[in-house]
Write a protein that binds this ligand. Structure first.
Ligand code: FE
Length: 234
């Protein structure tokens, strides 16, 4: 199997949410797509381990928020790398409540859809849910959606382990010796690798900056984890 071929399939990046006023959760999804126009229906593939799957089963509805291209690492970290079983992801998030009572994230999103659950298929590790769109809103008419390709290649993001597209990392190969810049460091939350030769220009870290010299307030550009969540790759 050629893993690289899988990266030629295109996807967007979304927040899929469900729940009610007492209990709500959401996760970062790349598999969300329209399947019919009449009636307007969408499909999502949700890992059975996602807390949101339990909430979709219970509430018979879910929402899809389309992330903007400039979406922050913090929102991806919160919805993509933390579990709704451990934290309430909506505490400091902006959201609206749909007519079905489910939460719909509006933070860093350019459009959303509220869907009533009409069918579901067990596909092993995941459940494919089919929803009929009963409400939607365009929040930013000229906004560009974040694509999975952009997330991987520009933001250097990786798929969280519950994503259908997650690929188990091969044991990290020894990094090539980096002369004076020190070793590479890896984020223990999302697997992002900080390469001192590249730095993190978007995060204000110039190429050529050793990891030790990064200010303490810096966070992982992919998931928002703190500097202390990084470990040297040896
Ligand atoms: Fe990270």
């Amino acid at each position: 199997m050629n893993i690289e071929a899988f990266f030629k399939i295109t996807y967007g990046l979304y927040i899929v949410s469900s729940g009610n006023k007492d209990n709500k959760s959401g996760y970062i999804a790349n598999t969300a797509f329209q399947v019919t126009a009449e009636p307007p229906q969408v499909a999502i593939a949700c890992n059975k381990d996602n807390y949101t799957a339990i909430l979709i089963d219970k509430n018979k509805a879910f929402s899809i928020s389309i992330l903007k291209q400039e979406a922050s690492p913090e929102i991806i970290g919160k919805f993509g790398y933390k579990s709704g079983k451990d934290i309430d992801k909506f505490v400091d998030s902006n959201f609206v409540v749909g007519s079905t009572g489910i939460p719909i994230v509006t933070d860093e999103s350019i459009a959303w859809f509220e869907c009533k659950l009409v069918n579901q298929f067990d596909v092993g590790t995941h459940i494919i849910y089919i929803g009929e769109i009963i409400n939607n809103e365009l929040l930013v008419a000229d906004g560009n959606p974040l694509t999975y390709d952009y997330y991987r290649n520009v933001k250097k993001g990786k798929a969280p382990k519950n994503a259908p597209t997650y690929i188990k990392p091969v044991t990290e190969t020894k990094p090539e010796k980096i002369s004076d810049l020190g070793p590479k460091y890896q984020c223990m939350v999302c697997d992002y690798i900080y390469d001192p030769a590249e730095g993190d220009p978007d995060g204000g870290i110039a190429p050529g900056t050793p990891f030790e010299d990064i200010p303490d307030g810096w966070v992982c550009p992919v998931c928002g984890a703190e500097k202390s969540d990084f470990e040297v790759i040896e």
